[in-house]
Design a protein around this ligand. Structure first.
Ligand SMILES: [Cu+2]
Length: 525
């Protein structure tokens, strides 16, 4: 049985669908209800809660002033205001970080000022970003991985005139635009396993054996013939996805698609593809013509994830964890704890994500527009001396930025307001892919060097760049041995909220690495 809800936002119609009747029953599946579409400006309170009805899983609830919507999908026009109270009903500190949005430190939810259990915080900001898929999740130091894995990952779809023009050009019919958060989880014997990472999980990341799409296992979405527009987030704690689509023919042949946009909105022009990497925290916006198929399966294709760091017993139990109970009976980075082969699929293993069921309704897909947006080509700021950073592996401490574990009160470096910098980031050869995320600012990828492994054959867009490197990014993966050059513009709005020193974070979005201190603070002065 399927149920759908819609909200018309200007010209765009977003559909959110979820599937009841998962194939495995009974089980404490977390989120069998469809999220409902809610206007960002309609939210009065955003409640963060642990729900016994969800077997201890957690969820966001939007209070609209009289009506409550669990697991909301937030939508906003560019410029729209969020003005609400965040209410923390968890037994742990939390924050709400709107990933990708240009926000002042006080609104960024980066964990400098976590909300204590039972406490509330007022949060008010205007959406300044381009149209695109953004998301919100907890960021309290030491608790992020557990809370996100427990279900706290919400989507925010921002729209604007270019975004609506694209929907019109694609001739999208209702139900053919979807915003999905894909994450892996450990499922065995009909139940979703709690978060119980071993030492090895903390080193490499927590990998499950099944995929959830907007919280549902085996999700299926009914769509009509024509273009389908998918905005996808990889909300996994650690798993990299090599996203591809397979048809229902005898050979299960790959279905081509077009990359329309990345973390920070639309590309200048669509790029035809058959596979694309999507690491934790990254988003893609894609179009697929489903006209000649009855069913299309979204999968993560098999690839070599290049985990080249081995061994080491990590000592990184975050100091903050000693003061609060876990969300469910669990330990964190337990020495000697073993992975269960029944609910573990290694990173890079082929994984079914969700399916599109195509009905005969709709109309044939029109030609894709040649231009999607006015996004300029990435430009290197003249005369900038690169700021160098190195991602390292230490057998005792795990993964680090410039050999330095995170400290809440440390500022790694400061930059001037309006500075236009080039960041040169090198990942060590003994390493693994690290999806690096910058708070508060987006950036452009200038070039990649020394890319080996599965990413190398996709690096065809000049200067060693991958297709997703051509868009606006706030999270970018560095493969082992690679060096990446980014152009970062530290312009801040002339508003009271942004006055004075603003602290932001740069960190790995593998959440086990993040909780394992692979973060640094920076200040904009
Ligand atoms: Cu990492």
């Amino acid at each position: 049985m399927n149920r759908r809800r819609f909200l018309v936002t200007g010209g765009a119609t977003l559909a959110v669908a979820s599937t009841w009747g998962c194939t495995i029953r009974p089980g404490p599946y977390p989120d069998l209800h469809p999220g409902a579409v809610v206007s960002l400006s309609a939210v009065r309170r955003l409640i963060v809660e642990r729900s016994e009805a969800l077997s201890g899983r957690c969820r966001y609830v939007a209070d609209l002033g009289g009506r409550q919507v669990a697991r909301p999908l937030l939508v906003a026009r560019r410029g729209e205001r969020f003005d609400a109270i965040i209410e923390n009903r968890l037994p742990q500190p939390t924050t709400v970080h709107f990933h990708g949005l240009a926000l002042a430190e006080a609104q960024d939810g980066a964990g400098f000022d976590a909300i204590a259990p039972g406490a509330s915080k007022a949060l008010r900001f205007d959406v300044k970003n381009r149209a695109g898929l953004y998301w919100f999740h907890p960021h309290p130091h030491g608790f992020t991985a557990e809370q996100v894995h427990a279900g706290l990952a919400g989507l925010l779809v921002v729209t604007d005139a270019e975004d609506e023009a694209l929907d019109a050009a694609l001739g999208l019919v209702t139900g053919n635009r979807l915003a999905l958060a894909v994450a892996d989880a450990r499922v065995a014997s009909g139940s979703l396993r709690p978060y119980t990472p071993s030492d090895e999980d903390c080193l490499h990341g927590w990998f499950g054996n099944r995929a959830l799409a907007n919280g549902a296992l085996d999700a299926r979405y009914p769509v009509s013939i024509g273009w389908v527009r998918l905005q996808l987030l990889n909300a996994s704690n650690a798993r990299g996805l090599l996203l591809g689509f397979k048809g229902n023919g005898r050979d299960g042949a790959g279905v081509p698609f077009h990359l329309l946009g990345t973390d920070g909105g639309l590309l200048a022009a669509p790029i035809p593809l058959e596979e694309v990497f999507l690491y934790s925290g990254e988003r893609v916006d894609i179009a697929i013509d489903v006209s000649v198929r009855r069913e299309i399966a979204a999968v993560s294709l098999a690839f070599d994830p290049r985990h080249q760091a081995r061994g080491g017993r990590l000592a990184h139990r975050h100091p903050a964890r000693g003061h609060f109970p876990p969300l469910s009976a669990e330990t964190v980075c337990a020495p000697g704890a073993a992975r269960n082969a029944a609910d573990f699929l290694p990173d890079g293993g082929e994984l079914a994500l969700f399916k599109l069921n195509v009905s005969g309704a709709g109309k044939p897909a029109p030609a894709l527009p040649a231009r999607l947006s006015s996004l300029p080509e990435a430009a290197e700021p003249a005369g900038a001396t690169p700021r160098r950073m190195r991602l390292d592996f230490d057998e005792r401490l795990g993964f680090l930025i410039d050999q330095t574990p995170y400290r809440l009160d440390e500022i790694a470096f400061s930059v001037g307001r309006g500075a236009r910098e080039v960041w040169e980031i090198r990942n060590s050869p003994i390493s693994m892919p690290h999806p690096m995320h910058l708070h508060g600012f987006s950036f452009r990828v200038l070039r990649r060097q020394a890319t080996f492994g599965p990413a190398r054959r996709l690096a065809i867009h000049g200067s060693g760049r991958l297709p997703t490197d051509l868009g606006v990014k706030d999270t970018v993966v560095l493969w082992p041995n690679e060096t990446l050059w980014l152009a970062v513009d530290f312009a801040l709005p002339e508003e009271a909220a942004f006055s004075g020193r603003q602290r932001y974070m740069f960190h790995c979005h593998n959440l086990e690495h993040e909780d394992g201190m692979m973060m640094r603070n920076l200040a904009v002065l």
